[in-house]
Design a protein around this ligand. Structure first.
Ligand SMILES: NC(=O)c1ccc[n+]([C@@H]2O[C@H](COP(=O)([O-])OP(=O)(O)OC[C@H]3O[C@@H](n4cnc5c(N)ncnc54)[C@H](O)[C@@H]3O)[C@@H](O)[C@H]2O)c1
Ligand SMILES: O=c1ccn([C@@H]2O[C@H](COP(=O)(O)OP(=O)(O)O[C@H]3O[C@H](CO)[C@@H](O)[C@H](O)[C@H]3O)[C@@H](O)[C@H]2O)c(=O)[nH]1
Length: 431
């Protein structure tokens, strides 16, 4: 089989499929990525992935190429995992890479094949791509198009690929379902639930799942705003809600809110889709999830300014965190970098530290300064802002920062620290 597009999703998928015993060829138009992967180097940070990549390359089950000709000649099952980012200047998804992958591949297909879309796409895309395949593949080639969206989380990509919560198969025929069941047999044998449905429902399952997660986070952040205004504490409130199994405790962590390459762009793409379908009230509901989330970033910037006595200009600010969440080096739509940039724009001298993400951050936010160590970032700081809740910083002892900072002032935007511990050590602490 082939995996087209070896980014965060495609690399994990290619490695996962090889680990399940399939012969896999990973393909990307980015030759640097292909060179790195061929040398058994994962070009991003994902725990456990490098070891599994090396194991499967060495076993001869996995290799990489930049050639569509090779992919079409060598594989008869093709997974499309290319990017679907937000359109520049609009809310919808940019489908140019999906369109080009389907066109390039199908123009080379001459015999029976299964093409599986895995990228997250707006409803209606699979049907359009099936048309593209019909137009470009050789007459009588019998190419089956299916859509099987992916639910893996960055930082847990290996586990989520090998042992997913569920599989969703969007199919147009019994043949499509049969072929997908064959591909995923080892996963299905381990009792993974399978939902078989049509294209449109499969596409909407994916964006609904991400929208629900985003909604939970924005819900607790809206309640956090009420708590702050009313003098209540959102943490025990969230814990109490989580004890109700109908609600569940996950994704009820209040703070700086969500970012990354998925949740923000997926709720906006669904919003664009609802608007196109004439569902204005639904679009307004989805818009509020985004608005509440973005307001968290402003709120954190405001909190830091208040703690500095009203101005950032001329002050040293230590930012802890650049990745959009712990466990990854992904800085796409990172709330931490958005806050750091806003503070820099108000005239502060900002130094950012992150265990793994400063390389990518320096490329996307070149005006910020970066430090390779906690000490380098905290040196002479008037304010510390903890913006990504890396495990190694959770529950940090205030004594770790005390030798370096100028002022004992901290904004804990992820509720990662113990307020009583920091306050009793003489810190001006705010969450
Ligand atoms: N990152 C995740 O955790 C995750 C999880 C589930 C679903 N998704 C979805 O998967 C898709 C990919 O996301 P990602 O985070 O891996 O993106 P990414 O940007 O990391 O990877 C996309 C890759 O596709 C390659 N590409 C672009 N056009 C190509 C073409 N025509 N042929 C071959 N390769 C091409 C790019 O060079 C890049 O390496 C998106 O739709 C995303 O919403 C991502
Ligand atoms: O209680 C919480 C939980 C998460 N977050 C933030 O929410 C964002 C998203 O987190 P997460 O969902 O773990 O990250 P992703 O790796 O982007 O995964 C999401 O997006 C993927 C791409 O579509 C899906 O496959 C996954 O199922 C879905 O969880 C991050 O910024 C987190 O800091 C909070 O603010 N509070």
């Amino acid at each position: 089989m082939s995996v087209i597009g070896t980014g965060y999703l495609g690399t994990a998928h290619a490695v996962g499929m090889a680990e399940l015993g399939h012969a896999v060829i990973g393909m990307d138009v980015d030759r640097e990525k292909i060179a790195a992967l061929s040398a058994c180097e994962v070009p991003f940070f994902e725990p456990g992935l490098t070891e599994l990549l090396r194991k499967n390359v060495e076993a001869g089950r996995l290799r990489f190429t930049a050639s569509y000709d090779e992919v079409a000649a060598d594989a008869d099952i093709h997974f499309v995992c290319v990017g679907t980012p937000q359109l520049p200047g609009a809310l919808g998804a940019d489908l140019r890479w999906v369109e080009s992958a389907f066109t390039e591949l199908s123009a080379r297909l001459t015999g029976p094949a299964l093409v599986v879309g895995k990228s997250t796409v707006p409803v209606g895309t699979a049907r359009r791509m099936a048309e593209v395949v019909r137009r470009h593949a050789a007459d009588g080639a019998r190419v089956e198009v299916t859509w099987s969206p992916e639910f893996l989380r960055e930082g847990h990509a290996v586990e989520d690929t090998l042992r997913p919560d569920r599989l969703v198969f969007g199919v147009a025929s019994a043949r499509g379902e049969r072929l997908l069941r064959e591909v995923y047999r080892p996963v299905i044998e381990h009792h993974c639930p399978v939902v078989v449905t049509d294209y449109a429902t499969a596409e909407l399952i994916k964006v609904s799942a991400n929208t629900f997660l985003a909604m939970k986070i924005s819900f607790i952040n809206a309640i956090a705003e009420i708590c702050e205004a009313a003098g209540a504490d959102v943490l025990p409130l969230a814990a109490a809600l989580g004890h109700d199994e109908r609600i569940g405790g996950s994704f009820l962590g209040p703070g700086l809110g969500f970012g990354g390459g998925c949740l923000p762009k997926d709720i906006r793409a669904l919003l664009a889709c609802a608007s196109e379908l004439g569902l204005g009230d639904v679009a307004a509901f989805l818009h509020q999830i985004d608005v509440i989330n973005l307001r968290r970033r402003t709120r954190v910037v405001d909190a830091g300014r208040e703690m500095l006595g009203g101005r950032y200009a001329g002050r040293r600010v230590c930012v802890l965190g650049a990745a959009f969440k712990p466990g990854t080096d992904d800085v796409r739509d990172s709330p931490a970098l958005a806050v750091a940039q806003a503070v820099l724009d108000e005239g502060a001298d900002v130094v950012v530290h992150d265990p793994v993400a400063t390389g990518g951050a320096a490329r996307s936010h070149p005006r910020l300064r970066y430090a390779g160590t906690l000490a380098g970032a905290a040196k002479d700081a008037d304010l510390v802002m903890l913006l990504t809740d890396w495990t190694e910083w959770r529950g940090m002892d205030p004594a770790v920062l005390e030798p370096w900072v100028r002022e004992r002032t901290i904004v804990d935007a992820r509720h990662a620290l113990s307020p009583s511990r920091w306050r009793s050590a003489g810190w001006n602490y705010r969450a």
